[in-house]
Design a protein around this ligand. Structure first.
Ligand code: CU
Length: 302
């Protein structure tokens, strides 16, 4: 199970991500899923646009290009410019490494340091915020996210429990604060459920909107033919799974973690088929993974 979690680039919790570069290892805590949770299809949600904002060159955006490679097997290394102007920013992740990577941004407030942030577990203090970033990107690829970045001190890290090198940068004051426009597809994360609309096979520009109060992410993993959502839940909730996995780990796609009330437009490459959509994040105070609170849906992509 532990090996599989690594292969999936699975964020076991926000604290693990923070600790990645600092210590490189934390035990995976697995819990039983609630027995009464009923599998259900994600209902439709409104608010999408025909226009893809990631293709709209007229938008007044800054650009932040982050590069990630693997300095050794299992050792990521991020690089970022020292500073970028705030406001609406197109964040690019160039993955020149050997493994899939995300660019999870973290924002530090007050006079705290990155070193301090990397030592944090649970509870997550108010001065450390998950701050969006770029979804899981295949080796040799570049993916993009459109997001409003407030001024402040940031760093970019992974959510893998692996050692690596993070990159710190500063976002300077914005000319004006602008939220990204709506995108053609939408994934809304609530406390504790998902609403999904208009996802298609191919590259999707997705309005990923956390309308809850807790941090959430969206983890899409393909379901194997004949497998059920209840098998997927059991697979991710038990350390003693036997038999063939009900999911195809290699096809997994996922966003980064957004705080409650934040949104972004990000890219997800999906093939046609059935996916389990899951949130593995824990609350800022700790507690169960949101999967255990019912944050799992079956989504059909056509
Ligand atoms: Cu969540």
């Amino acid at each position: 199970m532990r090996l599989l979690l690594r292969a999936l680039a699975l964020p076991i919790g926000v604290g693990v991500g923070v600790g990645v570069a600092a210590c490189g290892g934390e035990d995976v805590v697995v819990q039983e899923a609630p027995k009464d949770a009923t599998p259900r299809f994600a209902p439709a949600a409104g608010g999408t646009s025909r226009v893809d904002p990631l293709r709209n060159r007229a938008l007044p955006t800054g650009r932040l290009t982050i590069t990630v490679d693997d300095s050794a097997p299992g050792r990521f290394r991020y690089r970022a410019p020292a500073s970028v102007r705030g406001g609406l920013v197109e964040i690019r992740l160039r993955n020149v490494g050997d493994a899939p990577h995300k660019a999870q941004l973290w924002r530090i407030t007050g006079d705290h340091t990155v070193k301090e942030a990397l030592r944090i577990r649970r509870p997550q203090p108010d001065w450390l915020r998950t701050a969006g970033g770029v979804s899981l990107t295949e080796p040799g690829s570049t993916s993009r996210t459109l997001q409003s970045l407030p001024a402040g001190r940031y760093y970019v890290a992974a959510t893998l429990d692996q050692p690596g090198t993070v990159a710190a940068f500063t976002v300077t004051a914005a000319r004006k604060a602008t939220q990204p426009p709506r995108a053609p597809a939408r994934v809304e994360a609530r406390d504790f459920s998902f609403r999904v609309s208009a996802l298609r096979a191919g590259r999707n520009s997705v309005d990923f909107d956390n309308t809850g109060t807790q941090p959430h992410h969206a983890f899409f993993t393909p379901m194997r033919a004949g497998s059920t959502l209840s098998q997927v839940r059991k697979f991710f909730s038990s350390s003693t799974s036997t038999g063939p996995p009900p999911i195809d780990a290699a096809g997994t796609r996922e966003t980064v973690v957004l705080e409650g009330g934040e949104r972004q437009v990000t890219q997800l490459d999906l093939e046609a088929g059935r996916y389990a959509l899951i949130c593995f994040v824990r609350g800022r105070q700790g507690g169960p993974r949101h999967l255990e609170l019912g944050m799992i849906n079956e989504v059909r992509v056509r």
